[in-house]
Design a protein around this ligand. Structure first.
Ligand SMILES: C[S@@+](CC[C@H](N)C(=O)[O-])C[C@H]1O[C@@H](n2cnc3c(N)ncnc32)[C@H](O)[C@@H]1O
Length: 342
């Protein structure tokens, strides 16, 4: 194993799925779930692991090279002394005139602001490597150092995805007001493992477009503006997904066609369900009862936990997986449901 580990981040709650994905992509790696939407990856061939994760992971957001970590009690007053060995460790990454930035994250139990942490670590780096004239540059840094700290753990890493997070997509010509993070779309797809899917609340088409390897992917939405946008996005992505305008309460589809319904229904918070929340969710389950094949599944992300449980019972579906995730300041739930065949 290399002396360094990788830290790979994702959406809070999806760590276990990301771990499974990385283990499948790099079978020789050793992966452990860390805290706060992060996993750690130890592997023999670091450059090849980095390339594989950046090229192929669909659940990763950022990749970091962890150069130092410390486990033990940490108080804010000890910050500089605890990080002294970390600053020594980065020597091999520094060069004359290097432009650098320090990004910090901390858990709630460590009561120093991220800004203050970045400032302290930045000053330590400047002082230690003054003979190299390092320059702090927040806009165009050559190196982005990433500090993660809790009251029991500290880490210093180098961000390998400094220009853009891995979930950013070049195909977004049309941006839906409640666009789904592609990482969540891929988590849904990962859980349903199907060949054909229907997304009845497709918006800008994120789910069918992300499902590029499937044989059949169809999305519909009640709002024609979103459907036109989804078509533009699919064209930009080179996707073969099909889109149409329809209302989930009156679906124009033949029965028994799809392996899965994979969707991000409106929550009724920012995005209003056309026809009312209960009728729209009822429509979703009624649609699933008809268009899914006998052993078809539903995979959705929503905040409407209670409603999903009620409707699952009404329509004879079992919840086989539920994952609580946290994104955009909101707690939501991923549900995987199978038809109760007995
Ligand atoms: C949360 S958004 C989906 C966003 C989408 N996943 C994306 O990434 O762009 C929910 C969508 O449901 C649609 N919607 C609301 N009521 C509907 C209904 N009765 N039938 C079908 N679609 C509906 C809205 O127009 C909205 O685009």
């Amino acid at each position: 194993m290399s002396e360094y580990r990788l830290v790979v981040t994702t959406i809070l709650g999806l760590e276990e799925l990301l771990k499974r994905e990385i283990e499948e992509l790099i079978p020789s790696s050793q992966v452990s779930v860390s805290i706060g939407g992060r996993i750690e990856v130890a592997c023999k061939n670091l450059p090849s692991c980095i390339k594989t994760i950046i090229d192929k992971s669909r659940l990763a957001e950022h990749v970091y090279l962890q150069v130092w970590r410390y486990c033990g009690e940490i108080s804010p007053e000890q910050l500089s002394s605890i990080f002294a060995p970390a600053i020594e460790k980065i020597k091999e990454f520094m060069w004359r005139g290097v432009k650098f930035a320090v990004k910090s994250e901390h858990t709630d139990d460590f009561r120093v602001s991220s800004l203050e942490i970045s400032k302290i670590i930045g000053e330590l780096i400047e002082k230690r490597y003054h003979y190299l004239d390092p320059v702090v540059s927040l806009d165009f840094p050559d190196l982005v150092f990433y500090v993660f700290i809790s009251s029991k753990r500290a880490e210093l890493s180098i961000q390998l995805t400094k220009y853009r997070p891995l979930h950013e997509r070049g195909y977004r010509i049309y941006v839906h007001p409640s666009v789904l993070n592609p990482i969540v779309a891929n988590a849904l797809l990962y859980l349903c493992d199907c060949r054909s899917l229907l997304d009845p609340f497709t918006g800008s088409g994120t789910i069918p477009i992300e499902a590029d390897e499937l044989d059949l992917k169809v999305g519909f939405d009640v709002n024609i503006k979103h459907v036109i946008g989804a078509k533009k996005n699919a064209k930009a992505a080179g996707s073969l997904a099909d889109f149409m305008v329809a209302d989930v309460r009156f679906p124009p589809l033949r029965p028994g066609v799809f392996d899965a319904i994979v969707s991000n229904p409106p929550y009724g918070l920012r995005e209003k369900p056309v026809g009312g929340l209960r009728r729209v969710y009822d429509g979703l389950f009624c649609l699933a009862s008809s268009v899914l094949k006998r052993n078809g599944i539903i995979c959705i992300v929503t905040v409407r936990r209670r409603l999903v449980k009620q409707l699952a019972e009404k329509y004879g579906f079992n919840i086989t997986r539920s994952i609580k995730i946290y994104q955009g300041g909101l707690t939501s739930y991923i549900f995987r449901l199978c038809r109760n065949l007995f």
